[in-house]
Design a protein around this ligand. Sequence first.
Ligand SMILES: Cc1cc2nc3c(=O)[nH]c(=O)nc-3n(C[C@H](O)[C@H](O)[C@H](O)COP(=O)(O)OP(=O)(O)OC[C@H]3O[C@@H](n4cnc5c(N)ncnc54)[C@H](O)[C@@H]3O)c2cc1C
Length: 404
Amino acid sequence: MFELNDTHRMVQDMFRQYMMNEIEPIIDDIEDGKIPLFEPLRKMVETLGIRSQMDALDLSKPLRGDSPEKRRPDPDDPLQGMEVVAGNLLIKEMSRVSPGAAMSFGVCTGLAGGTILAKGTVEQKEAFGRPLMKLDKIGAWCLTEPGAGSDALGSMRTTALEDGDHYVLNGSKTFITNGPVADIFVVYAKLDRGGAGKEIQNFIVLREDAGLSTGTPFQKMGMKASQTSEVFFDDCRIPKDRLIGGETAAKSRDHVKEGLSNERSAIPTIALGIIERCFEIAVGYAKERVQFGRPLIEFQLIRNRLARMYVAMENVRNLFLRTMQQAIFGGQTKLDVCMGKLYCAEMATWVANEAIAILGGYGYMREYVVERLARDAKLLEIGAGTAEMQIITMGEELATTWKP
Ligand SMILES: Cc1cc2nc3c(=O)[nH]c(=O)nc-3n(C[C@H](O)[C@H](O)[C@H](O)COP(=O)(O)OP(=O)(O)OC[C@H]3O[C@@H](n4cnc5c(N)ncnc54)[C@H](O)[C@@H]3O)c2cc1C
């Protein structure tokens, strides 16, 4: 079983301190739109050395050297898989303070930047991927459409028509994280070359491209640190070298599936951040708050709540560790991804609501943090494929490929 080692824990402590000192004090201003989220995030990537690491990245080579299947655990190497562990710890620690910030950061670097770094040509990686990883540019990842949510691929209507040395995009996307502020949009569209078949490909569209526009930010229940909007393509002409991976690109359905799988694999990480913080706040409060002459923690009903929250936290932690282990050494199945997404998202919502219950009226107040985490947690059940979609995929896998 993969465990955090001392080096990982040092990195975790450093990230936690950073988030508590630099992001927590301004999170209300970010949520209220007084401070643009990417300003403190840019400072963060500079201070934590992420920027210089991204500058040093050799983009002519595959992202992580050997395929994970070839790697074997090496107990003498405390830095093995460090890029995966550090990336996950950063998202987890950010989620303890603001899952919304973690989502916007993850979409920019993991989904938009990550897709370009994984599938783009060397020129695309350099021109668009690296600036996204360093937050010099803000990225969005555009799959969902007004009429294509859970059935994102089957019902997709956005098209890219081949026209000489350009593609012309028409259609619209909705619920796009970072939509209002993005510079670079990774867009999924049906490529129309005039023939019968229209395969889904993905394209890089820039804010300055004529024909691209974005809607006003949606007012949301939670994830308020992150801005969300529609994105419109109205005869939007882009040069042909913006097809991700170039003309010889692998069929993009794989890109989509990989993107979704990566997004889903991030849910245990965000969920664990939410759950850890809610649990710590709830225990701390239960020890301090006195009613009927005794601290709340002395009441059996409160202990029952805390015990069950603890079970959820440790189960989610195990799934978080297992997901990282599989990212480093391979072996992740569709069942693993959907199980982690489904369970961790539901537990994050449940634990955050239990924390509110333990804090009573104070839990409902902004100052006590858990209400923010509860509102943000709910999105984990919806984004990256709803809970129902995870169950449907798991059912299909269990019926067809699973063996005892
Ligand atoms: C804040 C936020 C940020 C987002 N960010 C992005 C982003 O950056 N990029 C992006 O592309 N998308 C993004 N999304 C979109 C998100 O992935 C979709 O909302 C999600 O996939 C669900 O699609 P839908 O909202 O159209 O719901 P629908 O597909 O219409 O589903 C509605 C309900 O019906 C259920 N349902 C649907 N089909 C079935 C079925 N066959 N059987 C049983 N139940 C079913 C669903 O589970 C759900 O409960 C974001 C969404 C939100 C809210």
